[in-house]
Ligand binder design. Structure first.
Ligand code: GLC
Length: 745
């Protein structure tokens, strides 16, 4: 359909709708189906399938979420299309964050690959599987910049940096949507959560965020702008207060910024129950007021668990609190999205085709490659890695996460097939089959008790805590196993239910007795490889001193074990880089690479009495199985005017004896101007794959877009006249530098 036809059809439908039907079109209901029967009332699942089905029959449901079975989706869609005079199809949305059935590494891991083509391919697989089962819309990518690792949702984003975050956001949207909304086998992308959600006070999820305008425009908003520039058709609000105004009732965000500044023409959805919560915030007087003010701020659709505030919009219109034209504007956007997605022409899915697509082995390959390319080699003293299976008689694999399929997938996935999931233990066993004897011991109990995560109620999510687990005996047994082995591979980290939404932590220490286990295993003298399963930096101070090899494998997804074994034995070399600054301890957070220089910079690294002020591992850090050399850093001119462009080139050499990848990173510093500027800001990167001894010239361009920043004094974007320093290398501490100047001449 042409845009003109889409607009005309939307108007035609709008003209026939009652106010109640319009309000319903702006309402999205959770539909847990069978799950609600077993879980109703648990963890806020107040939705009632039969109540939703009744409203559906009245043509008052715009969208449903948490239905992923194609037969169930077709059944509900028939009720909407055949059961009502207007036959408006339902928009089915879901959290396809890092895969639907084929689970990719978690988003922070994919960001650690610094490989935007891979990220796009991964989300295209997720979109293909989602669309095949009848889902039209994913509540992703999560593009919230996160600089406080106590906040559990760091796992869902791309880390601390707006430049990397923007490139990753763009790649994810292109993967989900393809060239445009409506591309076959793709889904509508909904970047979230606008805005500043990652700046929650104390890292406590849902708590208020107080963010300066400078931080908003220079750090938290750029990934959203990039997602919209890539064509995202939807945006989701955030739960918390932003500078005292709830994001979901924030007209500045959803009208002035989103529509008037960025020209966004898609539709906005609230986060779950965030409209109702405007009353909880003490912002709205009651649910009618909440619905009216959310709609008027620019929130088109309410995601509601149970009784929606938007069901009171007819009353608000009646009272004159809401102009029906405001309602019409939201309904128009939602109808246009459904028309663009082709839902009126093809509202149903082919259930047989769905099963075929979900089983596509090519999807598993993408998941494996994602896990291989996202792993970050933090340390490799004495080149302990890669392991030479031919020289090893016995390998001890230690730690319960090594044998946990559910934890290997990580948080934020629901439709997985655990039988398809390859754990680290299984991966090592398969790879070493016939060469080394692989023996396993958990060493510590396989579950951690704490505040249950929001999703513990999902089948398979709640960690099992075996009866009669003798902690001391099991730890001793693991140590004995290590003592008798040629190498000990210890997998430590956080259980997947300890990270993600509503899973903040006040500490970054390895949970439970994992550190004690690691220390005891290391004390045997057997060489130790530490694998880290995580979604945020953890306190690895001891390990960084005493464990020769540390590989961050994140939550590596469906093919995680296969990928990790390929990395351990050298079939592939790790090439990932950290998407965040890795602090030594929680007492240092927040800690970022792009800080400004302040008073007495010479002791900037010793601000604390009791700890260094430097990170354990810097932003952008990651080793490989080959060293890389940089030379010949050059700019093509010494000076430019503010509208000019500088071209930068550098020669990168693989100085090792095997193929390996390097992420070449460019950092910039403006020496002076009308604001203090960060000592280093990432302004370019490229992942290159080089054969042994191979040299490649890598090029970057720096123009007004890279050199500008939002200035709190001018309250606008500025390009200052100043000399600039440029560093290029393999992490934020790169030493090779050059400079140029932006002059007025
Ligand atoms: C959750 C999350 C949001 C998610 C939505 C639906 O509370 O904040 O990211 O998309 O609800 O699951």
């Amino acid at each position: 359909m042409t845009e003109a036809a889409i607009r005309a059809r939307a108007e035609e439908l709008l003209a026939q709708m009652t106010v109640a039907e319009k309000a319903g079109q702006l309402t999205q209901y959770f539909y847990f189906g069978a799950l609600a029967e077993t879980q109703a009332g648990v963890g806020g699942l107040e939705s009632d399938p039969s109540a939703v089905e009744k409203v559906l029959g009245r043509g008052e449901v715009g969208s449903l979420l948490f239905v992923t079975d194609p037969a169930q989706i077709n059944g509900l869609q028939r009720r909407a299309v055949d059961g009502h005079r207007l036959g408006i199809p339902v928009l089915f949305g879901f959290d396809v964050i890092h895969g639907l059935r084929t689970i990719l590494p978690v988003p922070i891991a994919m960001a650690a690959s610094w490989d935007t083509d891979l990220i796009e391919r991964g989300q295209a697989v997720a979109a293909r599987e989602a669309r095949a089962v009848g889902l039209h819309w994913t509540f992703a990518p999560m593009v919230d910049i996160a600089r406080d690792p106590r906040w559990g949702r760091m796992v869902e984003g791309a880390g601390e940096d707006p430049f990397l975050g923007a490139q990753v956001a763009r790649a994810q949207v292109r993967g989900f949507q393809g060239e445009a909304v409506g591309t076959p086998e793709r889904v509508l992308a909904g970047p979230k959560h606008l805005a500043g959600y990652g700046a929650a006070l104390g890292g406590r999820d849902y708590d208020e965020a107080d963010v300066s305008d400078s931080a908003l425009w220079n750090v938290y908003l750029p990934p959203f702008a990039a997602a919209l520039a890539a064509g995202a058709g939807n945006v989701m609000t955030a739960y918390m207060d932003l500078n005292g105004i709830p994001a979901t009732g924030n007209r500045w965000l959803f009208t002035e910024v989103l529509r008037e500044t960025w020209g966004f023409e898609g539709f906005v959805v609230s986060d779950a129950n965030a409209v109702r919560n405007l009353v909880t915030h003490g912002f709205a007087r009651d649910l009618t007021d909440a619905g009216a003010r959310a709609l008027q701020s620019g929130v088109d659709m309410e995601m509601a668990i149970g009784d929606p505030a938007y069901a009171r919009l007819p009353e608000a219109v009646e009272q004159g609190a809401v102009d029906e034209r405001t309602l019409d504007a939201g309904v128009r956007r939602v109808l246009e999205a459904k028309l663009r997605l082709g839902l009126f022409d093809a509202p149903y899915v082919d259930e047989d085709r769905a099963r075929e697509i979900l089983g596509d082995p090519a999807h598993r390959d993408v998941a494996r490659i994602g896990a291989e390319r996202s792993a970050v080699l933090l340390r490799n003293e004495g080149d302990l890695l890669p392991l030479d299976a031919g020289t090893l008689d016995s390998i001890a694999v230690i730690g319960p996460l090594a044998d946990s399929r559910r934890d290997t997938l990580g948080p934020w996935c629901f439709d997985f097939d655990l039988d398809e999931t390859v754990t680290v233990l299984e991966g090592i066993r398969r790879h070493a089959d016939g060469t080394a004897d692989v023996r396993y011991a958990p060493g510590v109990r396989p579950a951690q008790r704490g505040t249950p995560s929001l999703f513990d109620m999902w089948p398979g999510n709640a960690p099992e805590d075996p009866e009669g687990f003798d902690d001391d005996a099991e730890l001793a047994r693991a140590v004995d196993l290590a003592r008798d082995a040629d190498v000990a591979v210890v997998l430590a980290g956080e259980w997947q239910n300890m990270i993600g939404e509503n899973a903040s932590r006040s500490s970054l220490e390895l949970p439970g007795r994992q550190l004690e286990l690691l220390q005891a295993v290391a004390a045997t003298g057997t060489p130790v490889v530490l694998l880290v399963m995580n979604g945020r930096p953890l306190d690895l101070r001891w390990a960084a001193e005493h464990v020769p090899a540390i590989l961050d494998i994140w939550y590596p997804g469906t093919q995680g074990g296969t990928a990790v074994a390929n990395l351990l034995f050298g079939d592939v070399a790790p090439g990932g880089k950290l998407p965040f600054t890795w602090p030594r301890t929680v007492g240092q957070v927040p800690m970022v690479a792009s800080h400004t220089r302040s008073h007495e910079p010479e002791n900037q690294h010793a601000r604390y009495w009791d700890e260094e002020s430097t990170p354990l591992f810097p932003f952008g850090h990651g080793l490989s199985y080959a060293p890389f050399r940089y030379a010949g850093l050059a700019v093509d001119r010494d000076a430019i005017t503010p509208d000019g462009t500088i071209n930068v080139s550098v020669e990168v050499t693989n100085a090792g004896g095997r193929q390996a990848d390097e992420v070449v990173q460019l950092y910039l510093h403006q020496r002076h101007g009308t604001a203090s500027r960060p000592v280093r800001e990432l302004k370019g990167f490229e992942r290159v794959s080089l054969g042994a001894g191979e040299t490649r010239t890598v090029r970057f361009s720096l123009g007004p877009a890279e050199l500008r920043y939002w200035n709190a004094a001018a309250r606008d974007w500025v390009n200052d006249l100043s000399p600039f320093d440029v560093w290029v290398g393999g992490d934020a501490t790169a030493g090779l530098s050059t400079s140029f100047e932006v002059t007025g001449a």
